[in-house]
Design a binder for this molecule. Structure first.
Ligand SMILES: CC(C)(COP(=O)(O)OP(=O)(O)OC[C@H]1O[C@@H](n2cnc3c(N)ncnc32)[C@H](O)[C@@H]1OP(=O)(O)O)[C@@H](O)C(=O)NCCC(=O)NCCS
Length: 147
């Protein structure tokens, strides 16, 4: 069962750095403008994870999805991703992209498919994740937000 989560916008992304670094995710650019971050808690108020995206017009770049280690394996990553996809769709983005450093990723279980960079809009390829924070060998994933 997908857990019900309560999402709150993060005003101070610097506070996310600890969890992101522990999860092995990029932190260098989190305080730069043009990024949306949310923190997720259970209905009882327990902090369970974070997620974010960069709005890029008709697409978004999903990023910074991390679940508190003790809460992994219970559908929270799936739930956070679904919430981010819904927010992207509400903003008019038809496609979500994400970079991962590994070929095996939970995004595949969520219906994302691996794509070549040529399949991504220029705006995605111009993000800091694409140009520097993720290595050239990073894997790119895509899923329509309405699916
Ligand atoms: C990856 C992460 C967000 C998954 O969160 P989670 O709450 O444990 O994931 P869920 O329980 O929602 O799992 C959803 C699906 O992904 C699969 N999955 C989870 N982690 C996986 C992994 N590392 N590799 C491949 N599949 C994985 C699960 O088996 C599940 O599939 P199923 O529904 O078909 O059984 C979490 O492990 C994490 O924070 N990792 C460190 C940061 C990170 O790697 N973030 C991803 C950046 S894209």
């Amino acid at each position: 069962m997908t857990p019900a989560l309560v999402a709150t916008a993060v005003d101070d992304p610097a506070g996310l750095v600890g969890l992101l670094s522990e999860a092995g995710l990029p932190t260098e650019d989190v305080t730069e403008p043009g990024r949306v971050f949310l923190r997720y808690a259970t209905e009882g108020g327990e902090f369970v994870g974070i997620g974010g995206f960069e709005p890029l017009g008709p697409a978004v770049l999903l990023r910074s999805i991390a679940v508190v280690p003790a809460h992994r394996g219970h559908g929270i990553g799936r739930s956070i991703t679904a919430d981010l996809m819904g927010r992207a769709r509400q903003r008019g983005a038809a496609d979500a992209f994400a970079f991962t450093t590994e070929e095996r990723t939970f995004l595949a279980a969520l219906g994302f498919r691996r794509v070549e960079r040529a399949e991504a809009p220029d705006a995605v390829l111009a993000t800091r994740q694409a140009t520097g924070l993720c290595s050239a060998s990073a894997v790119l994933w895509r899923k329509e937000t309405g699916r």
